[in-house]
Design a protein around this ligand. Structure first.
Ligand code: FMN
Length: 200
């Protein structure tokens, strides 16, 4: 039995393409594997807090030295990290905003990428992920423009490289992207891109 963490990051509801794609995938998956379990987190409608000064103090304080105030300051992060580590597979729906992820998803990343919880450094000073090995991630993105290789905008895709880098740091390197692109470039291009993303 596989446990999936499903996250959507669009603030839009049914009109959100990234949400439609991630939901369609989960529904199809569940029809094949009804015993698999899913934890759902809707960052677009229920964002997690940004880190603040107490959070930073708590995160870099050894757990046994944290006073009750610091324990409280890191509680949401601890819950999110535990939830993240408990999953075997990840399915995310993420819009492209200003060439990267929406700030709601960045706030989530800031909560779960934590020294001595999800990453550390090896003797050579390289990042070493602490998330157990063998997990797979599937990320659906929705983009108004087109960033595929050879396209004039390709160099502006900071989203996929960023997501590969940050999840690689915590130990997840098996990441598949399905991009729904050209969503704002006319009806024909939009429909073609959507059909390709659904088929993929
Ligand atoms: N599309 C792009 O191709 N590149 C961008 O940099 C970009 N920035 C955006 C910033 C904002 C604040 C908004 C609202 C949209 C932006 N878009 C951009 C278009 C969205 O990526 C597109 O509408 C996508 O479908 C949104 O995802 P959703 O359908 O899941 O809500």
């Amino acid at each position: 039995m596989t446990h999936i963490l499903h996250i959507d990051a669009s603030p839009r509801g049914d009109r959100s393409i990234s949400r439609q794609l991630s939901n369609r995938f989960i529904q199809t998956w569940k029809s094949f594997y009804p015993d698999d379990t899913v934890t759902y987190r809707d960052l677009g409608h229920n964002p997690v807090p940004h880190v603040d000064e107490k959070w930073i103090a708590a995160a870099f304080c050894p757990p046994e030295k944290r006073n009750p105030e610091l324990v409280d300051a890191i509680k949401v992060s601890d819950t999110l990290v535990d939830e993240f580590i408990a999953a075997d597979r990840y399915v995310f729906g993420i819009p492209m905003y200003n060439f990267n992820v929406p700030s709601t998803f960045k706030a989530y990343i800031d909560q779960i990428v934590r020294f001595n919880r999800t990453f550390t450094f090896d003797e050579a000073g390289q990042y070493r992920g602490l998330v157990p090995k063998g997990k797979k991630m599937l990320i659906f993105t929705a983009r108004g423009g087109s960033f595929s290789p050879g396209n004039p905008s390709a160099d502006y895709d900071y989203q996929e490289p960023f997501l590969r880098a940050i999840f690689g740091v915590i130990g997840i390197t098996d990441i598949t992207f399905i991009h729904a692109e050209k969503l704002d470039l006319g009806e024909e291009a939009r429909q073609e891109s959507l059909a390709n993303a659904r088929a993929e």
